[in-house]
Write a protein that binds this ligand. Structure first.
Ligand code: ZN
Length: 432
């Protein structure tokens, strides 16, 4: 099933023409209405008239998360505040979050791309969508909600968490489509198993899973436990939220809704655009965003693009599953963290050495963070209860600083591996 055949199956050439028209108009819009972009364009001497072909997009400056933070809260808006009908933020762990503003038209576009995504997963107006993404400032819950309503499906806005209730609803209401993070889907499946709920009790036929990096292995596990088709969704608050791209049942990449989001892949070293098929950082430009247009936003997500007519009939370009990030950020339970934040918090505590290692695991399908720290000799010659107290102190200090619970293990001085070059601070044992 295809929600918008005209847009999703448009011949390549025709779509390119549409993209160019939209690009030219959005570039003019930001130049005229967003002082930040006018300044950046003027600095490098580029004018909206310089965009004569899609390739000319490379003349434009990049936008980064830092730029967005500097514009906090409403500096990136291209319309007066009274035209903004909804505001979301990203989960910011360092400083201020990224703020995203939507006009009425943006909400319509969001509903449209989410309707396309959910239809691609198999949703129709006859389906019951159990929406396990968080509602609130996070874009996940409401994004899915808008798409489900546009289709006319029955949406259960259960939001994230509360596993027992999720399973009760799933069985009693006969949910047919599940939307949540893949790790939570797996967790739900396991708790269902423990509770004696069998596949016969569950009517799920498909799942729309995203908001974190996951693997084929994880897909297999979710599919076999729940007896459903698990598909990958991609999006980000800076562009719109969920609904930038969606995997079709062919399971060979995610279709980017490129009539609204123009994708490029750039080299992580030179930031020069790379040809199709090569791996690099995904850069996205919003072609139709009204309230907060984004020019060449650096997503930091590593992937590659492929253009082909998919077996599903769509001509929309495909991106591969995201395999990692171009910076050293860690995504733990959906929260972005820099190792340097942990380092900073650690070094504020007396009695520990600046040698540490961060170990990320996913023991029960939920990410866990362990930090091994070398304690000073004095601490180790002390009584066990003092060591315990120190451990607790570090754990609570780090939790306060980064907003995540971690497990701290104190080790004796000089026991962690040393490196002559860049220290290997992070050991990611999750099978990604
Ligand atoms: Zn397809």
């Amino acid at each position: 099933m295809i929600w918008n055949k005209e847009a999703e199956c448009m011949p390549f050439k025709e779509r390119e023409k549409l993209q160019l028209e939209r690009l030219q108009s959005i570039v003019k819009k930001v130049y005229d209405n967003v002082p930040y972009y006018r300044k950046r364009f003027d600095e490098i001497g580029v004018k909206p008239e310089d965009i004569k072909s899609l390739k000319d997009i490379a003349k434009l400056p990049f936008t980064t998360k830092t730029d967005l933070r500097e514009g906090y809260p409403f500096g990136m808006f291209a319309v007066p505040l009274n035209e903004i009908v909804e505001i979301h933020t990203s989960s910011g762990t360092t400083g201020k979050p990224v703020v995203a503003g939507y006009t009425k038209k943006d909400i319509e576009v969001w509903s449209e791309v989410m309707a396309r995504a959910l239809t691609m997963v198999g949703a129709t107006k006859d389906d019951i969508i159990q929406n396990g993404y968080g509602y609130g400032l996070f874009t996940g819950g409401i994004g899915v909600h808008y798409g489900a309503q546009k289709i006319g499906a029955t949406v259960i806005p259960i939001s994230a968490g509360n596993t027992k209730r999720q399973l009760e609803v799933m069985v009693d209401f006969g949910s047919t489509i599940l939307t949540c993070t893949p790790s939570y889907a797996l967790h739900l499946a396991e708790v269902a198993e423990e509770a004696g709920i069998t596949k016969k009790d569950i009517k799920l036929k498909a799942g729309c899973f995203g908001a974190e990096v996951w693997t084929e292995k994880m897909r297999d596990a979710i599919e076999s436990k729940f007896n459903l088709t698990a598909l990958n969704i991609y999006g980000l608050t800076e562009l719109i939220g969920p609904g930038v791209a969606q995997e079709c049942p062919e399971k060979s990449g995610l279709h980017i809704f490129e009539d609204h989001f123009y994708p490029e892949i750039v080299s992580t070293d030179t930031l020069e655009p790379l040809p199709e098929g090569e791996k690099g950082e995904l850069v996205l430009t919003s072609l139709t965003r009204d309230g907060m247009p984004m020019i060449r936003f650096r997503t930091r997500d590593i992937t590659s693009l492929r253009r082909e007519i998919c077996k599903c009939g769509r001509t929309l370009i495909k991106m591969d599953r995201v395999t990692g990030r171009s910076d050293d950020m860690l995504k733990i339970r959906g929260v972005l963290i820099f190792p340097s934040q942990i380092e900073r918090a650690l070094l504020e505590i007396k009695g520990i050495e600046p040698h540490y290692q961060i170990i990320v695991t996913r023991p029960h399908h939920l990410d866990e963070l362990e930090i091994q720290v070398e304690a000073s000799k004095d601490i180790f010659s002390d009584e066990i209860k003092h060591i315990e107290a120190m451990k607790k102190k570090i754990e609570s200090h780090i939790e306060k600083s980064i907003g995540l619970r971690v497990k701290v293990t104190l080790v004796e001085p000089k026991t962690l591996p040393r490196s002559e070059g860049k220290a290997k601070r992070v050991i990611d044992k999750r099978e990604l």
